[in-house]
Design a protein around this ligand. Structure first.
Ligand code: SF4
Ligand code: MG
Length: 322
């Protein structure tokens, strides 16, 4: 089937002042030419360390940020070509769930008003229909109806995230961009919220772009995975293929940091040296070469392109694949 979301050559470069001299501008290549598709009903997990460009990508798709280059096609429409009115109409088809359910819910609004707000903005319910729809949404996310009159501070993190999910679902979106939706929650609550997201996907035919730094979370929820490093996708493929047979040393390092439940299961240990380099001064050649235990001279001089690994059929950007 046709992809619901198609991202092609997407870039976001921020120009910022370096120091006090007017002449020294620096360019931060937060997102530097990424392409991927998401099919209807699929979950695409975008994973990488904080600062790799995942959230910036999500915010461009949400139209909270304008791309420097490249295109985003949603449901057959080029997002950059929509008029203001068309964009307002399209907006209800993609909604976001944020990392911090504490910061993303207005503390002065009741749960009812928080969930009702997008219904009013998009004129999707009559004044009389709103309460019934809010109750229905509370049922859907597993919260009792009596919470409608309460305020966000009266809830736990997991409950607040359920409120955020109800709000996102209110306008019956096609695509949900979830940016680190469980990383602020206790581990025991994380799986409840992830399972809720999975159930809702089946029930409402939702498509997810799921952004997280934690590969085990992305593994749990995704159909396909894209691994980002310094603004670039370094490995993309089916979840199982990536987890069972990672090709890029960075993916292998992320995987080796995930605890294996069965202690007999052998997994190679790749420990990353050094810090994530600054995206304003990325390394030459392969952006990962400063931390890669396998790097050799070619890696310093030549940037590897995404290519299909013959053994697995998914793509990775590493000279070791040659
Ligand atoms: Fe490591 Fe070289 Fe592959 Fe980059 S291209 S990931 S530095 S082996
Ligand atoms: Mg982020």
């Amino acid at each position: 089937s046709e992809p619901l979301l198609k991202v092609e050559g997407l870039k976001k470069h921020f120009v910022s002042q370096k120091g006090f001299s007017k002449s020294s501008k620096q360019v931060v290549k937060a997102v530097d030419g990424i392409s991927f598709d998401i099919k209807p009903g699929e979950t695409f997990g975008l994973v990488g360390e904080s600062g790799c460009g995942k959230s910036t990508t999500g915010r461009m798709i949400m139209r909270m940020l304008e791309e420097t280059e490249g295109t985003i096609t949603f449901d057959g429409q080029r997002m950059d070509q929509l008029s203001g009115r068309e964009l307002k109409k399209a907006r209800k088809d993609f909604q976001m769930i944020f990392q911090d359910p504490y910061a993303s819910l207005n503390p002065r609004m009741t749960v009812r008003d928080i969930i009702a707000e997008p219904l009013i903005v998009h004129e999707m319910e009559t004044e009389n229909g709103i309460d019934a729809r809010v109750y229905e949404l509370l049922d859907t996310v597993g919260l009792p109806r009596k919470v409608a009159g309460r305020y966000p501070h009266e809830f736990s993190g997991g409950q607040r995230q359920r409120i955020g999910i109800a709000r996102a679902l209110a306008v019956r979106p096609k695509l949900i961009i979830a940016d680190e939706p469980v990383s602020a929650l206790d581990v025991s609550i994380q799986s409840q919220v992830l399972n809720l997201l999975k159930d809702l996907q089946d029930e409402f035919d939702l498509t997810y772009l799921f952004i997280a730094h934690d590969l085990s979370v992305v593994d749990f929820i995704s159909d396909r995975i894209g691994v980002m490093y310094l603004g670039k996708l370094v490995e993309v493929g089916d979840r199982e293929s990536i987890i069972q047979n990672p090709q890029h040393p960075y993916t292998r390092a992320l995987l080796s940091a995930v605890p294996v439940p069965d202690p007999r299961a052998k997994r190679e240990r790749i420990v990353l040296e050094g810090d994530l380099p600054s995206p304003s001064n990325p390394p030459s050649g392969c952006p990962f070469h400063t931390r890669c235990p396998f790097a050799w001279e070619r890696c310093v001089n030549e940037t590897p392109q995404l290519q299909t690994a013959e053994t697995t059929g998914h793509t990775a950007a590493c000279h070791l694949l040659d």
